[in-house]
Design a protein around this ligand. Structure first.
Ligand code: KG4
Ligand code: ZN
Length: 332
């Protein structure tokens, strides 16, 4: 089975073709960050319009690259949520329309299921069950992945997501948008001993997170010490996020008894987080899996992969187009 995957949940248009026997055949991502940067965040209306502009050329591009035609595609998978309503509608509507035109089944994919299955695009995939740490711009979750399609959320953020905390703190350090990667770069030159930020909610039991206080902490530190201290502030902030995520992963591994950890989502690209979790897993005999960097952030390959699994199980959508801007992973 050969599946066309379509991702348009936020500000990346991602298209891919995944073959159940041969693996990933091609993928392309167009990122809209330049469009949204001047507004300091994603503008939903602009995102939808840009998906409309880019989606067909991207599909034509991957078909050309693989030398396939629409007739050689056996199914279509598209992100149906969670995400921005208008942006989701662009990918879902086009996915359904192509399915109708080509006479092939289509299937809705949950964006976060895509993220947590991204390591299956690699040569040595993890095996079930595993613990997944989903750290993106919109989510920070610890998920018990019992089998394909069986997800239980055991930890969640009460306020800002990890990526959102990076972006908001980066904004007040005048690092533009999105600021995660820039903040991480700046932190490399920061003094780790100068400031100490709290590790929120690590002093009590439980697996939930709260990151909004760190942004406030960063704000008061900037006000007191000025922008000339921003590398040290970035370092203290990153260290706090990384250590907090590591402590909660350690706890969740102990609670579940799982010996495999998968890290997914844009913040999974963070080098310091990768090092800290590698050390934790090495010490505890846990196998650790990261998708390659380009599959940590939003892409069509993970949607094509997850959709292919669902289509092979006989799942498909009817002719109506339904998107779910809010959609609980645990409800799948
Ligand atoms: O998964 P993703 O591409 O989009 C969502 O589904 O949200 O994640 C984007 C998030 C942004 O908040 C961005 O600032 C953050 O991932 N990010 C990073 C790094 N690279 C991207 N955060 C920290 N360190 C990085 N190196
Ligand atoms: Zn994402």
């Amino acid at each position: 089975m050969r599946v066309l995957g379509i991702e348009t949940s936020c500000d990346e248009t991602g298209i891919a073709i995944y073959d159940a026997n041969k693996g990933l055949l091609a993928h392309a991502v167009y990122t809209q960050t330049a469009i949204h940067a001047e507004f300091g965040g994603v503008v939903p209306e602009l995102a939808s319009r840009d998906h409309i502009r880019k989606i067909i050329p991207l599909i034509e591009g991957v078909l050309k690259e693989t030398q396939l035609t629409g007739k050689e595609i056996d199914g279509i998978a598209y992100t149906a949520g969670p995400g921005l309503n208008g942006a989701l509608l662009v990918g879902s509507m086009l996915g359904r329309t192509l399915g109708y035109a080509w006479g092939v089944p289509t299937v809705s994919v949950h964006h976060l299921e895509g993220h947590l299955l991204a390591p299956f695009l690699e040569a040595n995939p993890p095996s079930f069950p595993f613990l997944a740490l989903l750290v993106s711009g919109g989510h920070t979750q610890l998920v018990k992945v019992k089998a394909f399609g069986e997800y239980e959320i055991i930890g969640d953020t009460l306020d800002d997501a990890a990526g959102e905390a990076f972006d908001k703190t980066g904004k007040l350090l005048e690092l533009g948008y999105p600021a995660g990667a820039a903040l991480a770069k700046l932190a490399e030159s920061g003094d780790p001993k100068r400031f100490h930020f709290p590790r929120p909610m690590t002093d009590r039991p439980g697996l939930d997170f709260s990151f909004s206080g760190l942004k406030t902490h960063a704000l008061t530190t900037v006000e007191k010490h000025g922008q000339e201290s921003k590398a040290d502030i970035a370092r203290a902030f990153e260290d706090a996020i990384v250590e907090t995520l590591t402590i909660k992963c350690k706890r969740a591994l102990q609670e579940t008894g799982f010996n495999t950890l998968v890290v997914a989502g844009g913040v999974g690209a963070n080098k310091s987080l990768r090092q800290s979790l590698s050390a934790l897993c090495e010490k505890n005999g846990v196998a650790l899996y990261f998708p390659r960097l380009e599959f940590c952030t939003d892409n069509g390959a993970m949607i094509a992969y997850a959709g292919c699994q669902r289509l092979m199980r006989g799942e498909c959508d009817d002719l109506s187009v339904n998107v779910h801007p809010r959609w609980d992973l645990g409800s799948l």
